[in-house]
Design a protein around this ligand. Structure first.
Ligand code: GLC
Length: 737
C-alpha cells in the first residue's frame, strides 16, 4: 500500500479531526508521534544534488539517502520532471513517505534573470523589486522548486566584498524595506499556492562586516552596531513572514554564527518569536572546526543543534553524529523533536503533505517561464536600476537618427556577464547584449561600428587601434566596461576595485578622440574610477542588468526611459578610504582643510567619488521651502515634514526624494545623517509638487547607552534632497511629554 496512505490513514483516524480540520500543529504532532529517531534526524539533513555546485563539497549517494529516509530537503535540483522523480523516491520508497522540500538559489531570477540585487536596490522602487521576486517565484515553482535561499539581506559597507552585489547596499532603512519587498514577492499571500516560494533570510548575521572585505573573514562588531546596522533587515524579513533563516559562515564576537545562541535563540526565537526553521550555510557546521570553536564534527553538530540550528546544509554532521549525541545525552530528544517539528510545519504549510507533486507540473513549466510579460517586467526593473552618474553637455540621451555610432568595450556584446553572479538557471544565450539591444532599437537607420577594444582582464592592448578608428568614424561612442560576472558574488572579493585589466587605458584612448563618449558600467560592486569620473563626458551605471539588460540600457541611452536610479551604496575614490559610507560619525576633530589636527588624509580627500543616494536625471529638480508642522514635538508624537519639489528641466522625470535626520546630541554619538524616509515623485517639465512625510516617533529612536531602543529629547536636523548630501535642512526639537 502507498506509504502516504498509511500516514494519512493514521492521521485521519480520529473522525472528529476531519470535522475540525486538524490544525497544522496537530498534524505535525501526529507525524512526529510516528517517527523513529532515525527518521527525525533524516529530516534535518539538506543535501545538494549534482546539478549545480555552490560549495566546496559534493555528496555522491544523495539519492540512496533519500530512499533511506535520511533526507529532509534537496537543493540545486530543478525542473518539474527531475524533482518529481526525487520526490517519488521520498514519498513512495520510505516508510512514512514524508515529502522533500526542494531549495535553490533563486536570488535575482530563475530563468528570466533580473538585475543583480544591488542593481535592483538602485531603483529604490519597492513595487518593482517585489515584482522581480514574483517573477522569480512564478518561474521557480513551475520548475518544481519550493524554497529559495533568498533574500540575502546582509548590509555591506565594504565594496571589496564580492557579495555586496547580492544585497541592498549599505543602509539599514533601505535594506529593511527591500528585504520585506523581496520576501513578499517570493512568498506572496499564501505559500500553499503553487506559484509562491518560501524565502530564506540570509546570512544571519553580520556576514557583510567581514574584516577587510575578505569573504568568510572574521566579524568583530559591537552589539550596538549589530542591532543598529545588521539586524534590522532580518527583523523586517521576519515581520514580512519569512519562513526560514540561514546562518552565516562568519564568527561574531568569537562565536561562529552557526552555533551562536545569542543570535539563534535569544534574538531570533525569544526576542523576535520566529517560528520557522533555521538552516545552516553550506557545511558551515563542519567549518566550526577550522574556526577553532569545535574539536571535531561531532562537537560542532552538538553546538549547532543546541544553539538552535534545525537543518544542516551539506555538512552531514547531523547525519553522522546526532544519534550518538542523543544516546550520550549531549542532545536531548526534545530538541530533535522541536527542530523536526519546525521543518514539518513548513512542509504542511507548503501543502506538500496534501499533494507532494503539486509543484512538479510540466504544463506549468512549459507555459510559465520566460513569458513576454516576465521578460517585459525584467526589462522594466533593469531600466529603473540604471543610475546616471554624469552627463556633461547633455551627451545623453543619444539621438536615434545619428549617422554612425561606435559601440566599444569588452562588455558591449557580452551576454554572459549581463546575468551577473547567482544567476540561478539563467542561460547566457537567452540574454540580449547591449550591442544587440542597441541594434534592436535603432534598426537599419544608423550605421553601427563594433570594436571590443580589450578583454575584461589582461594586459593586451592590441585591440585599441581598431577601437580608436571606430570612434573616429562615429558621431558618438558607447563604451561598455566593467567587471566580469565572476568578479563579484561568493568567494569573489577584490582588493583593488578599479576597472580590471587595461580597461581604464582603453577609456583614456577613446576619450582622447574627442568624441562624445558614454561610459556604460557593468559591475557587481562600487568601482573606484576617479579618472573616468573626471574625464568621461557621460557615465551610466547599469550593474549586471539581466536577461533583458541590453534593451533596457538602450532604452535609457536613447531617451525612451529617463534614468531614475539612485546609488544604494557609496562609491569610493580609492580603496584606501574603505570602509566609507554616508552614515559616518562626526568625530571630535571633523575634517577642516585649514587645520592640520583634524580627521583627514594627507594624500586623498575624505569625500567619496559618488555618495549614497546619488543619481542624475535627463531633467533637473529643485528643492525649496522645507518646513515642519511644529518646531518642537513631544516624544510619542509624529512630525510632518514638507518640501517643494520642482521639475526645472525640459522633460518628465522621476525623483527619489530622500529624508535624513541627524540627532545632534545623544547618550551615544549619532551619525551625521540617517536615511529615514523617501518618496518617488514623477513630475512633468515645469511641474512642482509639495512632498510631505509623516515621521512616526520610531524615526528618532536608537539604542541608547543602556542599549534601550528609545528617542532622547534634544535637537535634530532634518535634511531633504536628492542624495545623502542633501542641503535643505530644518531644525526641530524633541521635548519630554
Ligand atoms: C553558498 C552561499 C549561500 C547559498 C548556499 C547554497 O555557500 O553562501 O548563500 O544559499 O551556499 O547554495
Amino acid at each position: 500500500m502507498n506509504r502516504m496512505a498509511i500516514l494519512y490513514g493514521l492521521l485521519a483516524l480520529p473522525m472528529v479531526a476531519i470535522a475540525q480540520q486538524k490544525t497544522v500543529d496537530q498534524r505535525v504532532d501526529s507525524v512526529l508521534a510516528l517517527m523513529t529517531l532515525d527518521e527525525m534526524i533524516g529530516q534535518m539533513n539538506l543535501f545538494t544534488s549534482d546539478w549545480a555546485v555552490t560549495g566546496p563539497t559534493l555528496r555522491e549517494n544523495y539519492k540512496a539517502d533519500i530512499q533511506a529516509g535520511k533526507v529532509g530537503a534537496i537543493f540545486n535540483a530543478h525542473t518539474a520532471e527531475y524533482n518529481r522523480e526525487l520526490q517519488r523516491m521520498a514519498v513512495e520508497e520510505t516508510r512514512l513517505g514524508i515529502p522533500l522540500i526542494f531549495g535553490y538559489d533563486v536570488i535575482h531570477g530563475y530563468k528570466t534573470i533580473t538585475p543583480v540585487p544591488l542593481g535592483e536596490a538602485a531603483s529604490w522602487d519597492l513595487e518593482a523589486i517585489e515584482r522581480a521576486a514574483r517573477i522569480a517565484a512564478e518561474e521557480a515553482t513551475a520548475a518544481g522548486l519550493h524554497w529559495t535561499f533568498a533574500p540575502m539581506v546582509d548590509i555591506a559597507r565594504d565594496p571589496r566584498w564580492g557579495r555586496i552585489m547580492e544585497g541592498a547596499g549599505e543602509d539599514p532603512y533601505l535594506g529593511e524595506l527591500i528585504a520585506a519587498a523581496r520576501v513578499k514577492g517570493f512568498q506572496g499571500d499564501d505559500i500553499a499556492a503553487v506559484n509562491t516560494l518560501i524565502a530564506c533570510a540570509k546570512h544571519f548575521a553580520a556576514y557583510g562586516a567581514a574584516q577587510a572585505g575578505r569573504d568568510y573573514h572574521t566579524v568583530d562588531i559591537s552589539e550596538r552596531t549589530l542591532r543598529e546596522l545588521y539586524l534590522p533587515p532580518f527583523k523586517a524579513a521576519l515581520d514580512a513572514g519569512v519562513y526560514t533563516f540561514m546562518t552565516s559562515f562568519n564568527e561574531l564576537d568569537g562565536v561562529p554564527a552557526t552555533a551562536n545562541a545569542h543570535l539563534l535563540r535569544e534574538i531570533l526565537r525569544e526576542e523576535w518569536g520566529f517560528d520557522g526553521f533555521v538552516v545552516t550555510d553550506y557545511t558551515s557546521i563542519n567549518e566550526m572546526v577550522p574556526h577553532g570553536y569545535a574539536a571535531d564534527d561531532q562537537q560542532a553538530a552538538m553546538q549547532a543543534v543546541n544553539a538552535g540550528v534545525d537543518m544542516d546544509m551539506q555538512g552531514a554532521t547531523f547525519y553522522d553524529h546526532l544519534k550518538a549525541l542523543v544516546a550520550d545525552g549531549n542532545v536531548s530528544e526534545d530538541r530533535i523533536r522541536e527542530a523536526v517539528g519546525d521543518i514539518l510545519r513548513v512542509k504542511f504549510q507548503l501543502g506538500l503533505f496534501d499533494d507532494p507533486y503539486r509543484y512538479s507540473n510540466t504544463d506549468r513549466e512549459q507555459n510559465n517561464i520566460m513569458t513576454e510579460r516576465q521578460l517585459a517586467d525584467a526589462q522594466d526593473i533593469a531600466r529603473k536600476s540604471t543610475v546616471l552618474l554624469k552627463n556633461e553637455g547633455q551627451v545623453l540621451p543619444l539621438a536615434k537618427d545619428m549617422g554612425t555610432l561606435a559601440v566599444i568595450g569588452p562588455l558591449a556584446d557580452s551576454q554572459d556577464d549581463l546575468l551577473g553572479a547567482w544567476r540561478g538557471a539563467g542561460e547566457a544565450d537567452q540574454a540580449v547584449s547591449l550591442l544587440s539591444g542597441i541594434k534592436e532599437k535603432l534598426g537599419e537607420g544608423v550605421r553601427i561600428l563594433y570594436a571590443k577594444g580589450a578583454e575584461i582582464e589582461g594586459e593586451d592592448r592590441s585591440g585599441f587601434k581598431a577601437a580608436e578608428l571606430a570612434a573616429m568614424e562615429a558621431d558618438a561612442v558607447v563604451l561598455a566596461v566593467g567587471e566580469g560576472s565572476w568578479m563579484s558574488g561568493e568567494a569573489a572579493s577584490r582588493g583593488m576595485i578599479g576597472l580590471p585589466g587595461v580597461q581604464t587605458d582603453l577609456v583614456k584612448a577613446i576619450v582622447a578622440t574627442g568624441k562624445p563618449v558614454v561610459v556604460v558600467l557593468m559591475n557587481g560592486r562600487p568601482l573606484a574610477i576617479p579618472w573616468i569620473a573626471e574625464n568621461a563626458p557621460a557615465i551610466l551605471e547599469t550593474w549586471f542588468a539581466g536577461t533583458r539588460g541590453g534593451p533596457a540600457i538602450a532604452d535609457v541611452l536613447f531617451g525612451d526611459y529617463n534614468p531614475s536610479g539612485k546609488l544604494p551604496v557609496t562609491f569610493p575614490r580609492h580603496e584606501a578610504q574603505i570602509p566609507i559610507f554616508y552614515a559616518a560619525k562626526n568625530t571630535g576633530r571633523p575634517m577642516d582643510p585649514n587645520n592640520k589636527y583634524t580627521s583627514k588624509y594627507l594624500d586623498i580627500p575624505n569625500t567619496p567619488l559618488y555618495p549614497f543616494g546619488y543619481g542624475l536625471s535627463y531633467t533637473t529638480f529643485a528643492y525649496s521651502n522645507l518646513k515642519v508642522d511644529q518646531s518642537e514635538f513631544r516624544a510619542g508624537e509624529s512630525l510632518t515634514v514638507s518640501v517643494q519639489l520642482a521639475n526645472t528641466g525640459k522633460r518628465t522625470g522621476k525623483e527619489t526624494v530622500q529624508l535624513y535626520i541627524r540627532d545632534l546630541v545623544g547618550s551615544t554619538t549619532r551619525p551625521l545623517r540617517e536615511l529615514k524616509a523617501f518618496r518617488q515623485v514623477a513630475l512633468d517639465a515645469g511641474e512642482s509638487q509639495t512632498v510631505s512625510f509623516e515621521l512616526e516617533p520610531e524615526t528618532f529612536k536608537f539604542f541608547d547607552a543602556k542599549m534601550e531602543f528609545r528617542a532622547e529629547p534634544g535637537d535634530f536636523e532634518i535634511y531633504v534632497g536628492g542624495d545623502s548630501n542633501a542641503k535643505e535642512m530644518v531644525k526641530v526639537k524633541l521635548v519630554e511629554r
